[in-house]
Write a protein that binds this ligand. Structure first.
Ligand SMILES: [Zn+2]
Length: 494
């Protein structure tokens, strides 16, 4: 069998729920139980394929899958339960089809060692709590809940999972990833840079953005008689609308025209369903997220999640829609004809590439927005929101490196970041915490955004043409994607 097909087979074996969600019907009712034996068996298969593979893309994907299995931690299984439930709900298929395997998976976890660093046990406990909320709604079967509770008791997390308790317990190295971080970053995520270099770059970008952010914040403070960034955020929070889906629908229509005119063509097959994030996915998707359904079969449709709890105001909403729909979802829609390996949604190497595109578009749309006459008040608050958003993007990457490698404890990092930017610790906590579930992921946003922006500037073709082609590349690994974007820019001689 061709290596490409072998990789698709691996995807179906390791991620059967995602494969089913994306239209591979033979994966219906299947779960990958990540027991030691099963992991070893798959790693052996990957090793054989690695010996035959020559293509850069194949090598990166195979290594990523191998390292992911080698570095496996139980929180990945329990944290996946919420999205398994959701995927089955979206496919209008009863979760009872996967319950026996899920129970078996948890039974194996209970038997295995629970001596894990406290940070990992906290992530695990959170995954369990969320899964239980979802399960109670979707199934009358109490046995899985009982097993999950038994496993949770073994984790020895006997405190409420709120900000204070988490910070108190997240000491240096409490994620236990000090030695493993580079393998996560370079291997699993396929981001080929050294942590130190990324940290240095992000610090530089942070300080550049900070001076622009402070200018805008000062203007707002003066005009609205507010004393600091915390007060501006509170002021903006009060502006969040009631009917999120309706407001989002109005904005997406308004945004589409200037984006299509100036930044990028949108495929005729582009279709999105906006939904409010179900409560059992809220901690995983605290603000918004993009996904897709049946990406590998005929009846493809995008999904865009908006989380009610996030209290999203108009300015923030615009930035979110640019990122999620016109970044991620349009990338999916425009890539329907790309190679199958570039459409295997939720393969670990596709996350970084997805974020390159979406974050870069936030930046490009922000530049465009200044010419769109959206009103002075809008421009002022929108630039505040966007600059703050980029500060968070840089801070998240720095946090990813410092906290995962044990350079800072979580509390130390928040103290530093608050001193540096004035953004309050509570909001920083919520923005950063979720990224601990996927180590290395947060670095892709700033690195990729700047890399793509540089390629666009050097490109021989105009921006709309460049972006349209880039959006149709699908989601190959980080460096393969940037290689292709570079080629696109060089396509036509000046
Ligand atoms: Zn994103």
């Amino acid at each position: 069998m061709k290596i490409e097909n072998e990789i698709v087979e691996l995807y179906k074996e390791i991620y059967p729920v995602y494969a089913f969600m994306q239209g591979i019907s033979e994966c219906r009712g299947k779960i990958f139980i990540p027991s030691k034996t099963n992991r070893k068996k798959v790693i052996r298969k990957i090793n054989l394929l690695l010996k035959q593979a020559r293509d850069k893309k194949h090598l990166i994907i195979l290594k990523s899958l191998k390292y992911k299995l080698e570095l496996y931690k139980p929180y990945q299984f329990v944290n996946g339960l919420g999205s398994y439930l959701f995927n089955y709900e979206m496919k209008k298929t009863s979760v009872s089809e996967i319950l026996p395997d899920l129970k078996e998976g948890v039974r194996i976890l209970i038997k295995e060692d629970t001596k894990m660093p406290i940070g990992i046990r906290i992530l695990c406990a959170m995954g369990i709590d969320n899964a239980i909320v979802g399960l109670k709604k979707m199934s009358k079967d109490g046995e899985l809940i009982y097993l999950l509770k038994r496993y949770r008791a073994k984790l020895n997390i006997n405190f409420e999972l709120n900000r204070e308790n988490i910070l108190h317990n997240f000491k240096k190295n409490s994620l236990g990833r000090k030695k493993e971080y580079k393998k996560y970053l370079n291997g699993v995520m396929g981001v080929p840079e050294a942590p130190r270099k990324i940290e240095k770059l992000c610090l530089k970008w942070l300080r550049l953005t900070l001076s622009e952010f402070n200018l805008v914040a000062d203007k707002i403070k003066k005009k609205y008689n507010l004393s600091d960034v915390g007060e501006i955020d509170k002021f903006l929070l009060e502006k969040s609308g009631k009917n999120l889906l309706k407001t989002a629908d109005e904005w997406r229509k308004k945004l589409r025209l200037p984006i299509e005119k100036n930044l990028l063509e949108i495929s005729k097959r582009h279709k999105v369903k906006y939904i409010i994030t179900p409560d059992y996915l809220e901690s995983k998707l605290p603000i918004a997220a993009a996904s897709a359904m049946n990406y590998l079969s005929g009846d493809f449709e995008n999904i865009l999640f908006l989380t009610k709890k996030a209290k999203i105001n108009d300015y923030f909403l615009v930035d979110i829609l640019v990122h999620e729909e016109f970044g991620h979802n349009v990338n999916f829609s425009n890539s329907l004809d790309s190679n199958i390996l570039d459409r295997l949604i939720f393969l670990p190497t596709m996350y970084p590439t997805a974020e390159i595109i979406a974050t870069y578009l936030e930046y490009r749309f922000f530049e465009l927005s200044k010419k769109l006459n959206l009103g002075r008040k809008f421009d002022l608050f929108y630039s505040y929101v966007v600059f703050k958003r980029f500060l968070i993007v840089y801070l998240r990457a720095i946090a990813d490196i410092r906290i995962n490698t044990g350079k800072n404890s979580f509390a130390e990092f928040l103290e530093w970041a608050n001193n540096e930017t004035g953004i309050n610790k509570d909001s920083l906590f919520h923005d950063i915490f979720g990224k601990f579930f996927i180590p290395g992921y947060a670095t892709a946003y700033p690195l990729g955004m700047h890399a793509l922006e540089n390629l666009r500037k050097k490109s021989n073709i105009n921006e709309k043409e460049f972006n349209t082609k880039v959006w149709s590349l699908g989601l190959p690994p980080f460096s393969v994607f940037l290689d292709s974007a570079k080629k696109i820019g060089k396509e036509f001689k000046k």
